[in-house]
Design a protein around this ligand. Sequence first.
Ligand SMILES: [Zn+2]
Length: 328
Amino acid sequence: MAARSILRRPALALCGVLMLTSGALLGCTPSPRPAEQTQAPGTSAAGTPGDAATQGKPRVLTTFTILADMARQVAGDHLQVESITRPGAEIHGYEPTPSDLRRAEGAQLVLVNGFGLERWADRFLSGLPDVPRVVLTDGIEPLPIAGDAYAGKPNPHAWMSPWLAEVYVENMRKAFTQLAPAHAADFKRNAEAYRAELRALDRDLRRDLATLPPQHRLLATCEGAFSYLARDYGLTEAYLWPVNAESQVTPQRMARLIATVRERQVPAVFCESTVSAEAQKQVAAESGSRFAGVFFVDSLSPEGGPASSLLELQRHNVSTLINGLKGR
Ligand SMILES: [Zn+2]
């Protein structure tokens, strides 16, 4: 299992490097773009005199809190980064409020995940036609969603792979460099430092997950949000619904997960912070396992919580998983 992960990584990493450095797609499948056109930053009429100059730093909007955390690591003090959705928000079926729209005014760049995640944002951002939009999953080959209504569509949760997160970081660095070229050297330095942290995270997750008995390497949760992480670290993923955009609990879905948990004799099941865990607690009761905690995937915890950055989120999730599966 570990050997397979190790073999995969250089091939995919090389794929990413080729795309990042040359824009070429040698041997790589390009990611499908969402319906909207991606504009290069700095090419719009948004930067009219008086905007950034009088209000201070250029404003960058992201669609959710995890992207805002990543963007702040790359931007440092040079940009004002804000998330449209707040910590704890359910982001798949989010409904923007009038105050969200007010905050979006004056933004000079919008960062979106893509892979079909932010359908609500397409409508919302159509009110800001001149603001350039960058899709952070550009250059990533998506994994398909496995089942039900969304079968075959890209699984949007690519940020959950530490090394795919490096592609997000590079896309941010390029976008910020176009937005504020005077700070290009700082963006580069920040991006390199953050990439080093993501690599350290990857090493830690690999080391920690290797301590799990192979038969227990099953990540049973509510949303199928761990496909990239599971692929990278040799875990099997099982879930109640494929994506929160369609989070209906049906008797069939519950029965399927109960059967998987029983068959693998997995001691623990989990759910995500942004959805109800009630159905999963029932799965635990009926499968003879226990409900062992909450993962953060689509949204950071509020400040001071266990997942106030992407790096904390990953460490929290993996320690929750390991403690649950080891019966601690
Ligand atoms: Zn999700």
